[in-house]
Design a protein around this ligand. Sequence first.
Ligand SMILES: [Zn+2]
Length: 616
Amino acid sequence: MKISLILLVSTFLMMLNCEKPKEEKTINTYIDEPHSYAKPNEAVITHLNLNLNVNFEKQIVSGIATYDIQNNNASEIILDTKYLDITDVQVDGESTSFTMGKMDETLGQPLMISIDEDTKQIAITYNTTDKTEALQWLNPQQTADKTHPFLFTQGQAILTRTWIPIQDSPQIRITYDATVKVPSELMAVMSAENPKEKTEDGIYHFKMKQPIPAYLIALAVGDIEYKAVSERTGVYAEKSVLDKAHAEFSDMDKMVTAAENLYGTYNWEQFDVIVLPPSFPFGGMENPRLTFATPTVIAGDKSLTTLIAHELAHSWSGNLVTNATWNDFWLNEGFTVYFEIRIMEALYGKERANMLALISRQDLEDELESLKDSPNDTKLKLNLKGRNPDDGMSSIAYEKGYLFLRTLEEKVGREKFDAFLKSYFKKNAFSTTNTEDFIKYLNTNLLEKNNITFNTDEWIYQPGVPDNAVTVQSDAFENVENTLKKFIETNNIDVAATNQWTPQEWVHFIRNFPKDITIDQMQKLDETFDFSNSTNSYITMVWYEQSILNGYHGHNVDAKIEQFLTAVGRRWYVTTLFKAFKNSDRVDEALVIYKKARPNYHSVTVKSVDELLNYP
Ligand SMILES: [Zn+2]
């Protein structure tokens, strides 16, 4: 049975209504929220109905958002907006005046609407503007098939307010339905029950009946098709990508089964993936029922599908049990990395899992190094008040979060740990939790119960990595390191030793080049393994990084790096390469490329690279 917090609260409120109506306002369900203007303890949205038109010529989404609300005797309801053009507001069917508060560069503007205690519904008519940060409008040249335009949204962390007026806090869960009109040659899909074929009139109806936070509302529109992998899993992509994506993700159903065997039922019925054009800023975004994914994970050999396991894991950690505020982001991501690696272990064995754990550890060490001047940002629990929540989306939440949970697992034993996690997901399903509640739950249900002491507070509230962090061993990676060492010493590469290497082993090999590797050695490796032309985007990315850092210019690699940076908008890849330019005192070259690439990037990638390169 699934009962949301809001339903429980509403039942409670109804009870209070009958008995002691005066005390309603003393109920505090929602905790302090640094990144939303909404005051949900006073008036909160519970259901959204969207009626939207997507206009590619004007690059505007316009329409009406109608909300069911729950009113705790408030005289006003406040929604978050940013760069929206609000043209009309109705309260229970009648137009009313509204107030827009002061504009804040990060948070946007509060939209304040007068209501009375009987108000059940509000409706807002609006248009998006050319400043919207969630939407990316792509021209045909920026797509795979190059014949039709494309649109996608990215809501996390606080961008949904730039395309829908909403109470944009992860604590506030709503159900939604939508009617979306798009040009008839295109298909629309959302984080909801989705169509499998195009309609003739370009009108699509959606329903999301499980309550979700605003950042998980998502829309993509393009010339896409659907191909099922199994009854409950499948792929959406442009025509020229569909078969490749389908083959790449053919283990999706096995992943769902493996995940369910670990931590309980998959609660969202359908698990589909849409492969977006290459400007998509993330590896993937866990929009419920429909993960949004970068095409750079299609390697031809399923080697990068860890990403799918990651987004699937979010169906529990993040989507089912959501971080209360962005200060608790590690609850979303640390758990998800842990769960993702467990899924990969279930499917492909311990050695693969250990490789992933070691790559995670190296990512963590790199991040700790890059944050050495801001140690507070290396704590799991953050304080992002007054900052953009995007600032907290570093590897710390992911990889330090993972290391904490993995260390905890080794301390208490897998069996107990799995039972604990399963009960944690079940208890908090379709609800929100924060760091403090998690610690309490951990103490009561795992540590005290089993008489175990653990330095949880040090892990969560202190910078860096505690001494008791578990060390992971990988024989495969040890072999890689030995092969590399021998090559550096002798200039002879043992090709036979590399024959069976997975892309993860290649990535480990390349990332661990010593600082004094010579240009000749780089040249030799490129001649032998053709890294500059690898079809695996992860290998290419780390090779390009090393080429930049070591001043390697062979095999036309500079042109390839430029080509890569102008075609791909995945933030992790792009910032890694621009950072390498910066660390090699080659910012001028980086800026020349960035000026060409920038129009192709989504706003979240633009923001990161602007900051990195001090642009403009
Ligand atoms: Zn994630």
